[in-house]
Design a protein around this ligand. Structure first.
Ligand code: HEM
Length: 192
């Protein structure tokens, strides 16, 4: 098919793209600051991740077509059917997230939420600051330790999900012969 017979379609609005790349940067920043003892910067980045999650969740209800949860959260049976078709190398094409990718988005956001909430709790019980300080000031050391573990478990879950996310992006890009990474940068997909 010639270049002139292809058309571009806007798939990801600016907020979705901004959310994605800021989240990637924040995640990397949070990891580096946690490893290098930059506690205050780590905490600030954690608050920023919370803000990103809140904005993206609201946008999931009021945003553009493919940004909405209703566009990409499919029934489990559709996810299963999509995965089976993908294993047969003939998955149906979606302009927004495919059914498996949609659940991956929820899983990533859920793990990021778990990580952020456990982080905000830790700030109040270990650093004695933050929005939950008054509420949680009486927490025992034993419980504080559990939240520390939860924060680490959430990070390990996130590593697994990010690996799955990247494999999913590469596999879907190959199977549909489209550059999903470029679409998340430009916002556009090409209709062939
Ligand atoms: C270099 C690393 C990464 C690349 C290349 C990448 C690429 C992409 C692409 C292409 C999509 C769109 C998928 C589709 O078309 O259905 C996407 C969506 C998404 N990615 Fe990533 N990603 C990366 C890292 C991350 C990380 C580290 C996180 C979370 C910590 C993340 C979370 C998400 C989320 C939540 C979405 C859904 C966006 C939305 O609908 O708002 N990604 N990613």
């Amino acid at each position: 098919m010639s270049e002139s017979s292809t058309k571009q379609i806007k798939v990801w609005d600016g907020l979705v793209r901004g959310f994605h790349w800021l989240m990637l940067l924040s995640f990397v920043g949070a990891y580096i600051t946690s490893q290098s003892g930059m506690q205050q910067t780590h905490i600030l980045i954690g608050y920023f991740i919370c803000l990103l999650l809140i904005i993206r969740t609201v946008w999931g209800f009021i945003g553009s077509k493919h940004a909405r949860f209703s566009d990409f959260v499919a029934l489990p049976s559709h996810v299963w059917a999509y995965l089976q078709a993908s294993f047969r190398n003939s998955p149906p094409h979606y302009f927004g997230h495919n059914p498996a990718g949609g659940w991956m988005v929820l899983a990533l956001m859920g793990a990021l939420l778990l990580m952020s909430v456990s982080g905000v709790i830790l700030v109040s019980v270990i650093e004695f600051e933050g929005p939950l300080l008054n509420l949680l000031s009486g927490m025992s050391d034993q419980w504080a330790y559990r939240y520390e573990e939860l924060h680490e478990v959430a990070l390990n879950i996130l590593w697994l999900l990010i690996a799955g996310h990247l494999v999913g992006v590469v596999v879907a890009s190959i199977q549909h012969k489209e550059n999903l990474l470029r679409a998340m940068v430009s916002g556009y997909k090409i209709i062939k």
